[in-house]
Each structure stands twice: as C-alpha cells, then as structure tokens.
Ligand binder design. Structure first.
Ligand code: FE2
Length: 261
C-alpha cells in the first residue's frame, strides 16, 4: 500500500515548515491506486444521492453519504465515510487511515488522534471527491480552525492529462506563489499542505467527453455534532413520532389480540 518512498512524519513536518506544502512521488503503490481508481470511477458513474445531510450536519453515528455540492464556491460529488460504518471501499479507507496516523505523528499528536471517542468530539472522516469535467471546481479558501489539526493531505486518484487536461488543485506556498499541484502529480504521488495556506481546485476541463475528470481521496479531522446541537423543535417532532409509534403498537396489539394472556 505505502511504498518505501513514503516520507517519515519527521520529514513531512520539516518540509511543511519550509514551504507550507510538499509533494512526494511514488509514495503509494501503483496497484493500490489502480484498485482505488477502478472502484471510484464505477461508483461515481452510477452514483445516486443518499438522503443524509452533509456540511454542518456531520454527526456521531451518522451514515455514510454521497451528495452533490453545488454552489457559487464549488461543484463536486462528495462521498463521505465515517469510521463507525462499514467502508464504501475498504482499500480507500485503509490507505487514508494509515496516512492520517502519519499526519498525526508529524504534528506531534498521538497516532490515534481522531480515531477514538473523546469529549471534544473531534474525529476524522474519509472523503472522496469527484470534480466532473466542465463544471468541477472549488474556490480558494483556508481551513484554519485553530482547534483542528493544521496538516492536510490529498491523493490524486485520476490523473491530469489522461483523465482531464485543465485545472486542478492549487496551493499558495509560504512565498504567496500559486502552485498548480495537479500539474506536478503522478499516480502514486501525495501532497501534504497546511490548512492555513490558501488552496482550491481550478475548473476541471477536458478535451474529450470520455474523460472522467478529477477524483481525489483524503481524510480530515472535524468536530462532530450530537443531538444536543439539534434545535428544540426537532426534539419535539422526534418525541411526537415515538409517542405516536407507541400508541400505534398498543392499538395494533389490542386489535389483533396479541400480548393477551
Ligand atoms: Fe480545504
């Protein structure tokens, strides 16, 4: 899965401190990338949105979901996997989890940070994004929440030139220069960057309608919400639902004679 060229946590920390981002080549085995690519291309080709909410509604116990994120700042199809659910694709989950443990170590955090339940409710999730050609993009932004780990990583699953020909991930380095990361990546490469550095995805373009576009894989830490974050009216609706369900069950039992001695 990871090759001998995969950087040590110490190396990653050093390179990020120097440039704000760093690309490592031949870090992931070609078979792993091929396996992940063939799964996600087929998955995204036949995707249907799940009913789960995304964005601010990432919550403990939630189901995996796949949705389209379309707004003035982005367009992508987003698959999100939580560690408490069976993986949508086990190889993708194993790979991104193994890498996230190195991300933790590179920041001086315990290897299992984000993999365990804690009162802070910080945990990781695994995301796969598909940016379709002609429409896929993500505006420049930073993810600099001081309470979350700063180091991010991204693995390209499809490749510029063979699956799309324009656009892709960019990161601004410590000198403020815009680095077109996807232009520098090959299958098996990985990029690490600081969440404080401005980054985004320039519009993905392609020459042929057969081109798939851009797929990338990552894992990231987030704050998970719980029922406590629900507005009170949602609890009222939920309580009413379960009260009515109880009444219905009792009624059904008395009508069918079940439960009588
Ligand atoms: Fe971001």
């Amino acid at each position: 899965m990871l090759t001998e060229h995969f950087p040590s946590p110490k190396q990653i920390a050093q390179d990020i401190a120097e440039n704000g981002y760093h690309i490592y080549h031949n870090a992931i085995s070609p078979e792993t990338i091929r396996n992940i690519k063939s799964f996600w291309c087929a998955h995204f080709l036949n995707w249907r949105p799940t009913k789960e909410l995304s964005g601010p509604n990432l919550r403990f116990g939630g189901r995996n979901f796949i949705i389209e994120n379309k707004s003035t700042t982005r367009h992508m199809i987003r698959s999100v996997n939580f560690l408490w659910n069976p993986p949508t694709h086990p190889v993708s989950r194993n790979l991104s989890s193994a890498i996230y443990k190195k991300v933790n170590q590179a920041q001086g955090l315990p290897e299992n940070y984000g993999f365990e339940f804690t009162p802070e409710r910080i945990g990781i999730f695994i995301g796969t994004h598909w940016y379709p050609p002609g429409t896929g993009f993500l505006s420049a932004h930073t993810d600099d929440n001081v309470l979350l780990p700063e180091l991010l990583f991204m693995i390209p699953i499809t490749s510029k030139d063979s699956d799309y020909d324009g656009g892709g991930l960019f990161v601004k380095n410590l000198k403020g220069q815009k680095i077109l990361v996807d232009d520098l990546m090959n299958p098996g490469s990985i990029v690490f960057y600081s969440a404080k550095r401005e980054h985004g995805v320039d519009l993905i373009t392609s020459r042929s309608p057969k081109d798939f576009g851009r797929i990338s894989l990552y894992a990231v830490a987030t704050f998970f919400k719980t029922r406590e974050n629900d507005p009170p009216y949602l609890r009222t609706i939920e309580n009413t639902h379960y009260r009515l369900k109880g009444i219905y069950k009792k009624l059904k039992r008395s009508l069918t004679g079940l439960g009588k001695s």
